[in-house]
Design a protein around this ligand. Structure first.
Ligand code: HXC
Length: 260
C-alpha cells in the first residue's frame, strides 16, 4: 500500500483503537493499516487465523504499530462477543469499528442455491449487525465512529449479484439507522462503497476476463490506497459533521452503468 501519512497528520489516530472484520486482506487490510500508520492500534478478525496472524505481523512490521489477530466468524454471536472482549482486554476500549467481512461470487438467479443466498446475507448483513451489536456499548463510551463497507452494484441491479446486493442494501440501511440512533451519543456512522479495486479478491471474483477500465470516467481501477485515504478522512475530525453517509469511491464508475 502506498503511504497515506503524506496527506494527513502522522499522529492523527494516536491512542485510538480499531476493531476491523475482514482486516486480514484486501480493502479492509488497507483500511486497518492506514489507521495504524496514523498511530492507532488495531484488532483484525476473520475465520482464517493463519492468514490473519500473517497479516497482523506484516502490518506491525511495516508500521511499527500494534496489530492483533483474533479468530472469529462474524455469523456467530459468541465469536464476535469474544473478539470484542479480547479487544477491550488488550487495549481497554474501542474507538473505531470497520465492518468489512464479506463473501461474494457471481451467480445467475437459477444457479444461486437457497444456502448460497443465505450464506452471503449471513456473512455480510448479519455479520455487520452482529459485530456492531457486540461493540456498540464500547463505541458509545468512546464517542467513536463506525465505517461499514458496502458496494455500488445494487444501485443499478447489476446481474448475478442479487445476494450481495440485497446484503449491501441492508448494510446501507443499517448505516442510516445507526447514524440516527447513535448520533445523540456522539457516534458517527458512515459507509464506503468501493468500485473496482485492483489486486483484491472482490475484483478477481467479479470482473470478467476481458476487464478494462475505459468505461470508468477517471480511466483507471481504484487502489486499496484510495480506500485507505477515505477511511482516514471519515474517521478523522475533518469528517466530524458527517454521519449516515455512504461515500462512493469508484471514479464515477457506477454512474456509467458499465461492469468492469
Ligand atoms: C454459486 C456458490 C459459489 C459460486 C459458493 N457457493 N460459491 N454458488 N457460485 N461461485 C455456494 C455453495 O455451493 C454453498 O451452497 C453456499 O454458497 C455456501 O458455500 P460454502 O463454501 O459452504 O460457504 P462458506 O465456506 O461459508 O463460504 C462463503 C463464500 C466464500 C461466500 C461462499 O466464497 C467465501 O468465504 N468467501 C470469502 C471471501 C470473499 O468472497 N471475498 C470477496 C468479497 S468482495 P450449497 O447449496 O451448495 O450448499 C465483496 C465486494 C464486492 O463482497 C464489490 C466489489 C465491486
Amino acid at each position: 500500500m502506498a503511504s497515506t501519512t503524506d496527506i494527513f497528520k502522522p499522529e492523527l489516530f494516536k491512542g485510538k483503537v480499531l476493531l476491523c472484520s475482514g482486516g486480514g486482506s484486501g480493502i479492509c487490510r488497507s483500511m486497518t493499516e492506514a489507521v495504524v500508520r496514523h498511530g492507532g492500534k488495531a484488532v483484525i478478525i476473520s475465520r482464517s487465523l493463519d492468514k490473519l496472524q500473517k497479516a497482523a505481523k506484516e502490518m506491525s512490521e511495516a508500521t511499527g504499530g500494534e496489530v492483533i489477530a483474533v479468530q472469529a466468524d462474524v455469523r456467530k454471536p459468541a465469536d464476535v462477543e469474544n473478539a470484542v472482549a479480547k479487544t477491550v482486554e488488550k487495549f481497554g476500549k474501542i474507538d473505531y469499528l470497520i465492518n468489512g467481512a464479506a463473501g461474494n461470487f457471481l451467480a445467475p438467479f437459477q444457479k444461486l442455491s437457497y444456502n448460497a443466498f443465505r450464506t452471503v446475507i449471513e456473512i455480510d448483513l448479519m455479520g455487520t449487525w452482529n459485530l456492531t451489536k457486540a461493540a456498540s456499548e464500547y463505541i458509545k463510551a468512546s464517542k467513536g465512529s463506525i465505517i461499514n463497507v458496502s458496494m455500488t452494484l445494487h444501485y443499478t441491479g447489476s446481474p448475478y449479484q442479487q445476494h450481495a446486493g440485497a446484503a449491501k442494501a441492508g448494510i446501507d440501511a443499517l448505516t442510516k439507522h445507526w447514524a440516527v440512533e447513535l448520533g445523540p451519543f456522539g457516534v458517527r456512522v458512515n459507509g464506503i462503497a468501493p468500485g473496482p479495486i485492483e489486486n483484491t479478491v472482490g475484483l478477481s471474483r467479479l470482473a470478467t476476463s476481458n476487464a478494462n477500465y475505459s468505461g470508468i470516467p477517471l480511466g483507471r481501477a481504484g487502489t486499496v490506497t484510495d480506500i485507505a485515504h477515505s477511511t482516514v478522512f471519515l474517521f478523522s475530525e475533518a469528517a466530524s459533521y458527517i454521519s449516515g453517509h455512504m461515500l462512493v469511491v469508484d471514479g464515477a464508475h457506477w454512474l456509467t452503468h458499465h461492469t468492469p
